[in-house]
Design a binder for this molecule. Structure first.
Ligand code: GAP
Length: 448
């Protein structure tokens, strides 16, 4: 059963509210490329930060890394990407459109029904050349995964981090794949951002660690508000495992087009370290002081996409509700992901309200990502904040000038509470930390 929202609604909300725009739009756009607008850039950043916090900062067995997109071409020969990072491609003999052979049903071209060529293997890596002379020696590739930057730095990290195994190395960064079939908005694009962890373990303990990371990663999405019933796990069949994988699980999400991969968690064994040691001539192993033995570690790899996670969070948060006869569209985003945490909204643009409203804004913005909006009716401004998922709006009215109190309006319950301006910081900080909802009777009032 597909998710309740169709993709067009998400695409339209993203455009309308400054989350995601088609790339190069004034030139007619560029297939499968998207730009993150002012709200989208905050959301994407929050997704990255949430991942980094849970994978690196909240643990003592993982360190971070940031490696270059362009790497020595030998890396891709060793990793198997030059030979094996391919998809079978067929071409229509009439309209010349190209398709992934494994993604089409029936025998003819899905567009015009024309006859298709025999499949041929197509490498998904983008090639470019480095240096001013275009010769074979300067051909390089844009990385299709960030993982290889981690493997080739394994020894650098081990010798400088003073850490023991099991040890993880994490990286977030852009990857590029010349995908044959793109589409479904930001689900599959040719340029995207990876969040990858390579977790190095002692051989023999790898299966346990694979189970551990599958659970950790599944729970991460749930903790950030994705409904469990929209997530499931799927083990890869032997015939679909990547060339480097011994075992692999996908965390799948119920996207509008059906269940599809959100993240993959693979057991890469010692494939990569062995290959790089062989091809570079540098030993890549680990001396285990406690066991008194040397071995090549196995690697467990949770590999997620920032953009695909953003899409799943948006879809899961999207809701259309009826409030007292009026429709409202709202993103019930987890507070840590919401692009704006607090919106300061003076009841009107009346010049008497502006000084206090500005004072409140200036007080809040060093601590929270805060928006200030005094145009249009208060109702419309609430709707705008609901559509971008702002958890709290603070309204300043004429009474505020007398009693120095303002109203906090909560996005999901629509409850309203009046609080003193001096307490505002503290109350919002507690609410944004997710501390128990204050059961004060004041919160029982609903928006009129
Ligand atoms: N290093 C392993 C690896 O890259 P993958 O299953 O090819 O594994 C991992 O990719 C994740 O990266 C996917 O689950 C998805 O979230 C994201 N991803 C992969 N290709 C993508 C694309 N073309 N567009 C957007 N996200 C993509």
């Amino acid at each position: 059963m597909p998710a309740k929202v169709d993709m067009d609604k998400i695409v339209s909300l993203c455009k309308r509210r400054g989350l995601i725009f088609p790339s190069s739009e004034i030139y007619g756009g560029l297939a499968s490329c998207w730009d993150y607008g002012p709200m989208g850039v905050e959301l994407k950043r929050n997704v990255r930060d949430a991942w980094w916090k849970s994978i690196v900062h909240e643990r003592d067995d993982v360190v971070g890394l940031d490696t270059s997109i362009m790497m020595h071409p030998g890396v891709w020969a060793a990793s198997g990407h030059i030979d094996s990072f391919t998809d079978p491609l067929v071409e229509c003999k009439s309209c010349h459109l190209r398709w992934r052979a494994d993604a089409i049903e029936g025998k003819g071209c899905p567009k015009c029904g024309g006859e298709l060529t025999e499949p041929r293997m197509f490498n998904l890596m983008f090639k470019t050349s480095m240096g001013p002379v275009e010769e074979e020696a300067s051909t390089i590739y844009l990385r299709p995964e960030t993982a290889q930057g981690i493997f080739v730095n394994f020894d650098n990290v081990i010798t400088t981090s003073r850490k023991k195994l099991p040890l993880g190395i994490a990286q977030i960064g852009k990857s590029f794949r010349n995908e044959i079939t793109t589409g479904n908005f930001i689900f599959r694009t040719r340029e995207f951002e990876h969040m990858e962890l390579e977790y190095f373990v002692k051989p023999g303990t790898d299966e346990e660690w694979l189970d551990y990371w599958v659970k950790e990663r599944f729970d991460w999405y749930v903790k950030l508000g994705v409904r469990k019933e929209n997530l499931r796990l799927r083990q890869h069949g032997k015939d679909e495992l990547a060339h480097y994988a011994r075992d692999c699980y996908d965390i799948e999400y119920l996207f509008p087009m059906g269940w599809s991969e959100l993240e993959g968690i693979a057991n890469r064994g010692d494939f990569d370290l062995i290959q790089h040691a062989k091809c570079s001539g540098k030993e890549l192993s680990y001396y285990d002081n406690e066991a008194g033995e040397k071995y090549v570690p196995y690697v467990i790899e949770p590999s997620a996409g920032v953009d695909r996670s953003v899409l799943a969070f948006l879809i899961d948060a999207y809701d259309e509700e009826e409030i007292e006869g009026e429709k409202r569209t709202v993103l019930h985003l987890h507070r840590s992901l919401a692009p704006i945490k607090v919106a300061v909204l003076p009841l009107s643009r009346n010049e008497k309200l502006t000084p206090l409203a500005k004072e409140v804004f200036n007080k809040l913005c060093p601590n929270f990502v805060t928006d200030y909006d005094d145009s249009q009716s208060i109702g419309r401004r609430y709707r705008r904040q609901d559509e971008i998922g702002t958890p709290f709006c603070v309204t300043i009215d004429f009474e505020s000038l007398e009693d120095k109190q303002v109203t906090i309006r909560e996005r999901d319950s629509l409850a309203q509470i009046r609080v003193p301006v001096e307490e505002l910081d503290k109350i919002l900080a507690a609410k944004l930390r997710g501390e128990a909802f204050d059961a004060s009777p004041l919160w029982a009032t609903r928006e009129k």
